[in-house]
Design a protein around this ligand. Structure first.
Ligand SMILES: C[S@@+](CC[C@H](N)C(=O)[O-])C[C@H]1O[C@@H](n2cnc3c(N)ncnc32)[C@H](O)[C@@H]1O
Length: 323
């Protein structure tokens, strides 16, 4: 696999807003759970250096290599620890890092520009490549090709409908099953072709690339993106120090819904009926949600970086639950 170090190009999304909301201070511990090319992490590390600690997590070796090089070049004074793994396993990763607690957590979800741009990763519907889509491509985990060639029609339909919000889910699933009965579907452009054949011609003319939703759905399935987000967020809240800030940038409504749900659940106080003399539910708010509605990128940023158009940022602050 190609390893891009010097040429890892990913423009960090909503960087000013991330810094304003997380407000990292000298001496604090920051944890970037989606390190990527360290676009956010260089600035986080700069602000907590030299006495603070910057943790960076990514499941992608290419990102870790590029980020490590960039951080040591641009913020040599920072104390940095990079961890390979999935933020769904945040508990284990933070035990491994031997930190007692964290002051700022960042989740900038999804794939990075280099992951999309390298055809061999199989994320792009513009270039032909094996159907892979694993963010941790070094591991022997499920690939998009295995999903497409082995899931039954009902499961394919469900994935496309739920994870892709694809209105033609059942037509696409049926077409996939028909095609793979002749020969396995192995490449991205074969799948694009199948999607195009399955969707009515009129629908193909608007709403972006016809395979966009199918590719999103497969990527979520292959990387268990929604499950790990729920787990990772809850772990981040557990590990946050009192007053610790947690900032999440999502890029589609399914992710954003999970962030909203987890934050709202953990910000709930007592839910007992008001006429009960004492609380029996035991609910104590653990976080204060700072964003009732998600923050979005400015018009200037959207004009300069189209990727920021779909960004939705939510922020919560850990309460001092010992009070
Ligand atoms: C949008 S990019 C982050 C870009 C980064 N903020 C920057 O500005 O350079 C998302 C990164 O998170 C990683 N990632 C996504 N989901 C992950 C997960 N569950 N665990 C660990 N890393 C993950 C991807 O491999 C990718 O490198």
């Amino acid at each position: 696999m190609r390893v891009l170090t010097g040429e890892y190009r990913h423009v960090p999304v909503m960087l000013d807003e991330v810094l304003a909301e997380l407000d990292p201070r000298p001496g604090e511990v920051v944890c970037d759970c989606t390190l990527g090319g360290a676009g956010h992490s260089v600035e986080l590390a700069r602000r907590v250096a030299p006495d603070g600690l910057s943790l960076g997590i990514d499941q992608d070796d290419m990102a870790l290599t590029a980020a490590s090089e960039r951080l040591s070049r641009e913020v040599p004074e920072a104390s940095v620890r990079l961890l390979r793994g999935n933020f769904g396993d945040l508990d284990d990763l933070l035990v491994e890092a031997e930190v007692p607690g964290v002051d700022c957590f960042l989740f900038d979800l999804g794939v990075s520009s280099p992951q999309l741009d390298i055809p061999e990763r199989g994320f792009s519907y513009h270039e032909d490549a094996p159907l892979d889509m694993r963010m941790n491509s070094g591991n022997h985990t499920l690939t998009a090709a295995e999903v497409v060639n082995t899931y039954n029609e009902a499961d394919l339909t469900r994935i496309l409908r739920v994870y892709g919000d694809e209105r033609f889910a059942s037509r696409i699933a049926r077409r996939i099953v028909e095609r793979r009965s002749k020969a396995p579907v192995e490449t991205t452009l074969q799948l694009v072709e199948i999607v195009k054949e399955a969707i009515p011609a009129a629908a193909r003319r608007h709403g972006g690339h016809p395979a966009r939703k199918t590719f999103q759905a497969l990527r979520i399935e292959v990387n268990h993106e929604l499950d790990v987000l729920d787990r990772g967020l809850r772990a981040a809240v557990r590990w946050a120090n009192p007053g610790g800030r947690i900032c999440v940038i999502s890029y589609h409504s399914l992710e954003d819904r999970i962030v909203k749900h987890v934050f709202s659940e953990l910000s709930q106080g007592c839910t007992c009926p008001p006429d009960l003399p004492v609380c029996v539910c035991g609910h104590v708010p653990i976080v204060d949600v700072r964003t009732r509605r998600p923050l979005v990128a400015s018009d200037e940023e959207v004009a300069a970086n189209p990727r920021s158009r779909s960004a939705l940022m939510r922020v919560a602050v850990k309460l001092d639950v010992t009070d």
